[in-house]
Design a protein around this ligand. Sequence first.
Ligand code: 5U1
Length: 669
Amino acid sequence: MNSTPTTNRQLQSLRDQINQHNIRYYVHDDPVVSDVEYDQLMRELQRLEETWPELVTPDSPTQRVGAQPASEFSQITHRIPLQSLANAMNEEELRQFHIQVKRFLDTENEIEYMAEPKLDGLAVELVYENGLFVHGSTRGDGTVGEDITQNLRTIKSIPLSIASPNAPSVLEIRGEVFMFHEDFRQLNEDRLMNGEPPFANPRNASAGSLRQLDPRITAQRPLRIYCYAPGIVEGVTITSQSSFLQMLPKWGFPVNPLIKTGSGIKFLLDYYQKMENKRNNLPYDIDGAVFKVNRFDLQQELGVRSRSPRWATAGKFKAQQVTTTILDIIPSVGRTGAVTPVAKLDPVNVGGVVVSNATLHNQDEISRKDVRIGDTVLIQRAGDVIPEVVKVILENRPEDTKPYQLPDTCPVCDHVVSRPEGEAVARCQNISCPAQIKGRITHFVSKGCMDIDGFGVKLVEQLVDEGVIHTIADIYTLTQSRLALLDRMGDRSASNIIAAIEKSKETTMARFIHSLGIRNVGEHTGKVLEKYFNGNLESLQNADAEELTGIFEIGHVMAQSIVDFFNDDENRNIIRRCQDSGVSFKLPERPAQQILSGKVFVFTGSLEKFTRKEAESWVEAQGGRASSSVSKNTDYLIAGPGAGSKLAKAESLGVIVLTESEFLQMIQE
Ligand code: 5U1
């Protein structure tokens, strides 16, 4: 049978009606048809599409569950990384955020913010090209996520095509996938009826559902999405977070109805307080409130740190607390030798997560709280932070308890444990302690470091316990045949691990520095050092504390840790062995001629001839560095009209001050 234009129109009309009903239901929470009427439209569409399969379009509502089960998820590199949010744990930290924003922007004007509830779900990215949903991914490590397009297509609140005729040609949207409490309760009830284990909480249920290899299973899970941020947007100009969130429902995307804009610290504190009061009455889990500087140009100016933007913060709510009993206290030894007492608890559910360990931090904390084995304690869990013991319920203390004292020898290697003066942490002094070795290697191979896929804690433990590896350099001597000898290790896994080790060899100096586990040196410092030493590890190894403290963002403690680390012959030897095995660094790209090499610039006031972002990128392209604050290390302050405290400080420090025109002339020369 041949289709006719009438059939085509009929099909399109049905698709439009169903899409509009989805938007009424999921975006506006205001359905205008009953479930029965909606189902009738779907059935009619299915019937017609079965008759004319050549007329089925990829964005038809019948095409949400089409794909066959996959064997694994492929990876997607986000074109703009999905950053995480810095946390403000209380009102004071929220005030600090506001102060820092104003200081950074060097303004006395009130800052406009957008406030949103922080959903406890899973961050995803949706990508639309020419109005069609083309792929979607998990956040992953922020740079690379998993391709879960087929699963996201099954979520009815995600449009498969954009409703509006003037949709952007490219639209990337970030949002949170989550479940309503009521849907979660029903899902668990059904699972119990079917003899399946229930999910611990809505977040786990959402994560488990999104990571199904078979989209037909995901389709049965009551997932929702609220969208909250743009990635790349082409074809329309949007200037603020609030205008973006206003556009989203017009394009068919659900946005949390509790978002609000307002100005100043009072707005931030009021919203934070209101959301915390509302928290237990909302139909879904939230664990805080997100605050973003509203204007995109100001967001640009504020820029990003290594993982989180300066223009946003998550105001986290107070921790959830419950009581339980301490069954035992076990000292645990970390990669720096720090001995941390861990309370083994009678497992207890805290806000949907079963907790069986809590940190007791150190001996001083144990003594101050007088925590003993057998005590009933109040524990708390705040977000992703390790649960901790808040206090002992003394009324419930059994009779024969004894004060707890950490052992003075290492529980792993029996070597002496000592506590340097003025420090709270006791450390095992044996750098060959197996616990430290395992900790250092586990850190080295972890995701944020050398990112050796498949090299988990269990494998590290096996390899160290069997004496196969002792240092990070030994990782690069592993062979497939040696790995295959390990218990529960197949040939295929061994080959995958060797491939991942090989892949990790091409890295960056920043990543490698972070991976070495130098005390007080994290990911961001790795980047700072890479930039300063221009990818030359040799120069870093030979730098003294004076040179290091001269680098913006490197303080005395950090500088000393770095010097101590590289003064150790064993550490140098391990690094050399890694390099001999092929570990090499991609050099940061720089132009041949660098007229501003090593020069530090600060921009202040309202710039009229160029944007701050442009100026910063010119400076960086010529080997200089843009900084946010004036210090003795600043070489030039570029002051636009209305420059305030930074100008005064620069003058007092004798920093060269240039106008915008002088700066332009300088870089053009
Ligand atoms: N509501 C909301 N949640 N959330 C999470 N907004 C928001 N923004 C985020 C994240 C990670 O990141 C911004 C940096 C876009």
